[in-house]
Design a binder for this molecule. Structure first.
Ligand code: G16
Length: 543
């Protein structure tokens, strides 16, 4: 089989963001666009000849086409085995597990996560390394540099592979192996959690509602919750992955999973509500009448993880992204565990997990996970919650209230201003940055600023440094406002404002969040001038 070298012209906009390259589908459909990026990945790697590559995606529009392209190119570039999920499907955490489980060199994950899908919506390509985790910045920087100079890519003239039939086929000199996307992942979950305890809980009448948002988690949740744990049929809603996610944003937050939220707040609510996003790595947790913020969920899971067999020996440490609330810090402090604060992006947890410094990680952006894979994992968080509920035999609300009484409460909200003009957003951040040195010691209303900085991270494992990762305004008493620009959007800029008030044990732990942070919301506007810069008077999404 002769390898075809195709001449191509470089694009200058292939810089990976927080999590891979995300663009609108028509951008990816330009001649050579996906090919250039995939070849740039391969050109940035060394020593993969004859090894295995994992390829899969979240089933969104354009997934199957790019999988066929990636298979041909991987074979032409010299990979020996190409492992693909049946139907072109792998959830992001499952892909991470498959890379690790089969000792693959790496993986290409096709997803734009929680962003909408369809002919004019979003698509994405991400490369994960052999530990199963997103490529670190030095790799993504190399891919970007290569994408700017690339002049050719390698492919084969071969027919499409039947993605829906499990088994091996040859493409050029490579073996393409189509596997069940769910089985290995489900087996891993059975090892980590006490499935018989959860089954008993469910048999006893405990009701679950899981919204798969017409995205990739459907087949995983159906197999595990309904198939292996005996939850009633229909527990998993929107369980069939659709290329356009049924026209919705597959983003498990209170805006896009509103039906589930309303049901959980209603009179006949199930005991436990959950949802996952487009590619299955995010989670939403709602108890009967109570929403658990992702930051609180991380803290509560860390405090109770020892109740699940996979974590019975305790945790080595906890890691959270900088904008995530300090709730996990209180747990780490009381349990005598190290706490790591990293920039936004799951890729920053990889080294800590590989070095055995952290066992559980989490982010305010609805991501929680552990050292079982190197991605955040939506269903894992759901199962850990269920395992804890099965052991403690208490409601989600009781567990949350007990947690706050023991550790204090971090009232927390994130305000997103989406689709903002990029230059206005840049100007806002630049102005704030300029004001940083003068802020400490000043007050806004009753709030006194103790410190302010632009977060920088020094990786304790490999010494790599990442600067300008978000502006922090820290107030006396532990309250905080953080400003940063999203690295995952595809239209204009998204300004994220993270607002947090800490209430110590003994304080008022039962307030409404909006009420508890009202003065900080006013301070955020005063500090940043969002309205002045963008004309916006209210956030588009509050989570
Ligand atoms: C990605 C990253 C996360 C990050 C999130 C939001 O998640 O993997 O680590 O927290 O984006 O990032 P940003 O604030 O820059 O938009 P996902 O679920 O989109 O892959």
């Amino acid at each position: 089989m002769s390898i075809r070298e195709v001449a191509t012209k470089a694009y200058d906009d292939q810089k990976p963001g927080t999590s891979g390259l995300r663009k609108k589908v028509p951008v990816f459909q330009q001649a050579g666009y996906a090919e250039n990026f995939i070849q740039s990945i391969f050109d940035s790697l060394d020593g993969f000849a004859g090894t295995a590559l994992v390829i899969g995606g979240d089933g969104r529009f354009y997934n199957r086409e790019v999988i066929q392209t990636a298979i041909r190119m991987a074979a032409a570039n010299g990979f020996g085995t190409i492992i693909v999920g049946r139907g072109g499907i792998f959830s992001t955490p499952a892909a991470s597990h498959i890379i690790r489980h089969y000792g693959a060199f790496g993986g290409i994950i096709l997803s734009a996560s929680h962003n909408p899908g369809g002919p004019n919506e979003d698509f994405g390509i991400k490369y994960n390394i052999s530990n199963g985790g997103p490529a670190p910045e030095k790799v993504t920087d190399a891919i970007y540099a290569r994408s700017r100079t690339i002049g050719r890519y390698l492919t084969l003239d071969t027919p499409d592979v039947d993605l829906d039939r499990e088994g091996d086929t040859r493409v050029g000199d490579a073996t393409v192996r189509i596997i069940d996307p769910v089985a290995d992942y489900a087996a891993l979950m059975e090892k980590l959690f006490d499935f018989s305890a959860i089954r008993k809980l469910i048999d006893g009448g405990f009701r679950i509602a899981f919204d798969a948002m017409s995205a990739v988690t459907g087949p995983y949740a159906t197999e595990i919750l309904e198939g292996r744990l005996g939850a009633a049929r229909g527990t998993v809603r929107n369980g069939i992955p659709l290329p356009d996610f049924g026209g919705h944003h597959p983003d498990p937050n209170l805006v896009h999973a509103k039906d589930l939220y309303d049901e959980m707040m209603g009179p006949d609510a199930p005991d436990f509500g959950a949802a996952s996003d487009g590619d299955g790595d995010r989670n939403l947790i709602i108890g009967k009448g109570i929403f658990i913020t992702p930051s609180d969920s991380l803290a509560m899971l860390a405090a109770n993880a020892h109740l699940a067999p996979g974590y019975a020996r305790g945790l080595a440490g906890i890691a959270r992204s900088m904008p995530t609330s300090g709730a996990a810090d209180r747990v780490a402090e009381q349990l005598g565990l190290p706490l790591f604060e990293t920039p936004t992006g799951w890729k920053f947890f990889g080294n800590l997990l590989d070095a055995g410094k952290a066992t559980i990680c989490g982010e305010e952006s609805a991501g929680t996970g552990s050292d079982h894979v190197r991605e955040k994992d939506g269903l894992w968080a759901v199962l850990l919650w269920l395992n804890i509920l099965a052991v403690r035999q208490e409601s989600v609300r009781a567990i949350a209230e007990d947690h706050w009484a023991r550790f204090g409460r971090n009232y927390y909200a994130r305000h997103d201003y989406e689709g903002v003009d990029s230059s206005a957003a840049d100007a806002l951040i630049a102005e704030l940055r300029g004001r940083l040195p003068a802020l400490p010691g000043t007050s806004i209303g009753a709030l006194r600023i103790q410190a302010s900085d632009d977060f920088a991270y020094l990786d304790p494992v490999d010494g790599s440094q990442s600067a300008r990762q978000g502006i922090r305004i820290l107030f006396e008493g532990g309250s905080r406002i953080v400003f940063r620009l999203s690295g995952t959007g595809t239209t204009g800029a998204t300004i994220r404002v993270y607002i947090e008030r800490y209430e110590a044990v003994g304080g008022d732990l039962a307030r409404e969040t909006g009420d508890a942070i009202a003065d900080l919301i006013v301070a955020a506007e005063e500090l940043s001038g969002i309205e002045r810069h963008t004309g916006r008077t209210a956030p588009d999404v509050v989570t």
